[in-house]
Write a protein that binds this ligand. Structure first.
Ligand code: ADP
Length: 481
């Protein structure tokens, strides 16, 4: 098949979260399965500076209408592996920046313009190159306009640009909602700015466009697919999604088993596996040493790696913070996010330097060491479309302690609910008291070495590799063509 993926981030070139991991793994795997894959990505500065992309060549310069302006850009291409072509949409004014969407605490003011421009450029390339993809697969609000622009352009020019369109919602909380004047930049017919189109409570909602115009919608876990049809998790779009419920399917995310492999991970001081866990102890010591938490400490080490946002349950953690101050545990937190959460976490960590470490940065290498060296991985998310860390942690012999939402339900089996099958501990979302009980269960499990080892080994043996997910997308494409 000829496949197009359009995304705002793509591992290993640029990443802010799970979307990059998913888009990176799926495009590479589909190419390896013999499909012809074209991946579209904005040419952000770190992308252009990435050593693998140094050979990128200019394909053409172009100009497109953005409202009453005519804006120029360039398309660079490079083939990072067989069957995979990367199309980088470049315009310095928009994309020559270090971060894709903004600084950790604040989105760029011109994100609407930037991603409308990007989406238009994707359609422009498809028209100019006559690539004629069987499927155009778009991800999240950043590219939600592509299916809309594509079908309108086909109608305008009376041509066929692409077969089917697939739109994946990685996180419904981010919708690309902007003031109505932004609609003018799309040059779409005015009648699309109504309640049956992109309009949303007097504003423009880009994600809504993707939901309405794509042939098939997917999301990243079965539980989240059900949740987003409800007012509690629907982020105001449950009504629109319910109208399209028959076309909404889930494909559970996987993990890159090459990048996340404790037997060959270059970021770890020692390798380990389910049958030989000795190396995990070495990772634990190194982690504690690096974080200044005393490498000889023998109690349970808890860890958390995430964006510091409301979604990730930072408030639940803060409300339970006294649990980690007795000296009998260690807590390692890595991430960045809203200023207020960063401040509160820093205040907490500073007051308990002997038992709490806070790394306020994005650090891929440290994240691997944390996954390998801790005993329990905490995910107190309020909602979680899929989540990747709980899968990484199981593969690295670190027991996940997760709230009972979204993909966390689909990938972690509670040890008390299913003895003999359990790989982690569940608790109720947004419920500090239940989180505390879960932490106490974790400490009890840690104290029972035999039971702990069984849970660790069971988790390590689970197969979360991308193969299943990618085969799922492949089967979906075949079905709709
Ligand atoms: P989300 O996409 O909602 O942020 P996921 O769990 O799906 O959450 O994916 C987050 C990804 O980003 C994981 O690979 C996680 O390890 C990584 N990550 C998040 N924050 C950091 C950080 N500060 N340093 C390194 N990796 C991080």
């Amino acid at each position: 098949m000829r496949l197009v993926h359009a995304t705002g981030e793509l591992f290993p070139y640029i990443k802010t979260g799970g979307l990059a991991d998913v888009a990176g793994a799926v495009t590479r795997a589909l190419a390896d399965y013999g499909h012809e894959v074209a991946a579209f990505l904005p040419g952000y500065r770190p992308v252009l500076e990435h050593p693998e992309l140094a050979r990128a060549e200019t394909l053409f310069s172009f100009g497109i209408d953005m409202g009453s302006d005519f804006l120029k850009g360039e398309i660079l291409t490079v083939k990072p592996r067989k069957n995979l072509t990367l199309y980088l949409v470049c315009r310095d004014e928009y994309f020559d920046r270090r971060y894709p969407y903004g600084r950790p605490d604040r989105d760029y003011e011109d994100n609407a313009e930037r991603f409308i421009f990007f989406s238009k450029a994707v359609v422009e390339v498809l028209v100019r190159t006559a690539f004629k993809p069987d499927v155009v697969h778009c991800h999240d609000w950043q590219t939600a306009l592509v299916p809309v622009l594509l079908r309108i352009e086909e109608r305008r020019r009376a041509i066929e640009i692409a077969g089917k369109t697939v739109f994946t919602i990685h996180n419904l909380a981010f919708q690309g909602v902007y003031p109505n004047k932004v609609f003018g930049l799309t040059n779409l017919p005015a009648e699309l700015l109504n309640i049956d189109g992109l309009e949303y409570y007097g504003q423009v909602n880009l994600l809504k466009g993707g939901i309405l115009f794509s042939d098939v919608l997917t999301t990243v876990s079965p539980t989240y697919a059900r949740e987003i049809l409800t007012p509690q998790f629907g982020c105001g779009l449950d009504g629109v999604l319910s109208m399209r419920a028959d076309d909404l399917v889930s494909v559970l995310n996987g993990i890159d088993a090459e990048v996340w492999n404790p037997q060959s991970d270059p970021h770890l001081p020692a390798a380990f596996s389910a049958s030989n866990l000795k190396g995990k102890q070495a990772c634990r010591r190194e982690l504690l040493r690096r974080c200044g938490l005393g490498e000889d400490f023998e109690g349970p080490v808890f860890a958390m790696i995430c964006r510091f946002t409301q979604q990730k349950g930072i408030e639940v953690l803060l409300e339970t913070s006294d649990f980690f101050t007795s000296g009998d545990t260690r807590l390692i937190i890595l991430g960045s996010g809203t200023a207020e959460y960063e401040r509160q976490l820093a205040e907490f960590a500073d007051a308990h330097r002997d038992s709490v470490y806070l790394g306020r940065k994005h650090d891929e290498e440290l994240s691997h060491l944390i996954e390998a060296g801790s005993d329990f991985f905490l995910m107190p998310s309020i909602f979680e479309p899929c989540g990747l860390n709980q899968m990484y942690s199981q593969r690295y012999g670190t027991v996940p302690v997760v709230s009972r939402v979204g993909g966390l339900v689909d990938t972690v089996v509670d040890i008390d609910k299913s003895p003999g099958k359990g790989t982690g501990i569940h608790f109720l979302p947004n419920d500090p008291a239940d989180f505390r009980r879960a932490l106490e269960r974790a400490v009890a499990l840690f104290g029972d070495r035999k039971a702990m080892l069984e849970v660790i080994r069971r988790g390590m043996k689970k197969d979360f590799s991308w193969q299943t997910a990618v085969r799922g997308y492949e089967a979906l494409y075949r079905k709709i063509l």
